[in-house]
Design a protein around this ligand. Structure first.
Ligand SMILES: [Zn+2]
Length: 278
C-alpha cells in the first residue's frame, strides 16, 4: 500500500515511516514548515534530510516525493498555536497526497495530549479532503498507527541509526549554519526537552550521543542542502498556497468583526421566524 506520512524528523514520525517501510509499504513524506519557528525548521530540515537518506538506502525505491512541504505562518493566541495544528495537518495532508495514495498516516502516540481529539482530526481531514480534492475518485483513509505505543516503546524499537538523527527541541539555539555542517544547542527547557529528560530509557541519550560534552553543542554533518528534486506533484498545493502569502492561523481580528455582523443578521432572521410561527 502507499502511504502519505506527515514526517517532521521527530521520534514519532520517524518510527512511523520506519515501520511502514519495514512492513513493505511505499511512503510519500510531507513536511509542514512553520515559518515563525525558524531555528526549529532549519534543524528539522537538516535532520530530516539525513534520515531520508538513511531510509532510502535501507528501503530502496520505497520513499517517494520526500522533499515536498508546505510553508505556513502560525500566529495568534500568544503564540500558542496548538489549536491550529489539527487544521494545518489535515489541510496539508488533503492538499498534498498524490492520486495513488491509499492511506494517510499521522504519528500520534499514547502520551500525546492530542489523543482525545483524534476523531475530530479524522472528521476535519474528511471535510478538507472533500472540499480540496474533488479530483479524487476516492479519498484515502486517515490512520493513527502508533496510538497503542508509548514514546519509550518507540525508542526501544527504532534502530539507533535512525534514533540518533531524530530531533525534538521547540526552542533550539543555532550557533553555526553551513551547507554541510550545522551546530546548535537544545534549550533543555521546552516541553519536548523536559519529556525527553523524563523518559527513563534513554531518548535523551540519543541527543547526548550527538552532544559535545565540553561545549554542550550538537553538530550535524552531511549534505544538508534541501534540493528541489523529488518534489511531490501537488497541483492543488500550488494553486492554493504560495510561499509569498503564508496563511495565518487563527483568523485575523477583522475577520472576527465580520463574523459578528453575520451573527446580527442571524438574529433578524430568527425574529422574523418567530413572527411567522406566531
Ligand atoms: Zn528544548
Amino acid at each position: 500500500m502507499k502511504y502519505l506520512v506527515l514526517f517532521s524528523g521527530g521520534l514519532d514520525s520517524t518510527y512511523l515511516v520506519y515501520n511502514l517501510l519495514k512492513e513493505g509499504h511505499e511512503v510519500e513524506l510531507l513536511y509542514i514548515e512553520i515559518l515563525n519557528n525558524k531555528n526549529k525548521s532549519i534543524i528539522e530540515k537538516a535532520q530530516r534530510k539525513l534520515l531520508i537518506k538513511q531510509f532510502k538506502s535501507e528501503f530502496p525505491g520505497k520513499v517517494k516525493y520526500s522533499s515536498a512541504g508546505i510553508k505556513i505562518e502560525v500566529t495568534g493566541y500568544n503564540d500558542n498555536y496548538e489549536s491550529a495544528q489539527p487544521h494545518l495537518w489535515t489541510t496539508a495532508a488533503a492538499l498534498c497526497y498524490s492520486n495513488d495514495v491509499d492511506r494517510v498516516a499521522i504519528g500520534y502516540v499514547m502520551n500525546d495530549s492530542s489523543l482525545s481529539y483524534l476523531p475530530e482530526i479524522k472528521r476535519l481531514f474528511n471535510a478538507h479532503g472533500a472540499l480540496l480534492r474533488k479530483d479524487m475518485p476516492k479519498m484515502p483513509k486517515i490512520e493513527f498507527p502508533l496510538i497503542k505505543y508509548h514514546k519509550e516503546e518507540l525508542i526501544e524499537m527504532l534502530p539507533d541509526k535512525y534514533l540518533n538523527l531524530t530531533f525534538y527541541c521547540e526552542e533550539p539555539h543555532i550557533i553555526k549554519e553551513e551547507s554541510t555542517k550545522l551546530t546548535y544547542k537544545i534549550c533543555d527547557n521546552c516541553p519536548p526537552c523536559k519529556t525527553a529528560k523524563g523518559l527513563n530509557r534513554g531518548y535523551h541519550k540519543a541527543i547526548k550521543k550527538q552532544l559535545n560534552k565540553k561545549t554542550g553543542k550538537i553538530t550535524v554533518i552531511g549534505n544538508l542542502e534541501v534540493d528541489d528534486q523529488d518534489l511531490m506533484p501537488c497541483k492543488q498545493m500550488a494553486d492554493t498556497l504560495d510561499e509569498e502569502t503564508p496563511i495565518s492561523f487563527p483568523l485575523e481580528e477583522e475577520t472576527f468583526e465580520e463574523i459578528e455582523m453575520d451573527q446580527s443578521d442571524d438574529k433578524e432572521i430568527t425574529l422574523e421566524e418567530e413572527k411567522v410561527s406566531e
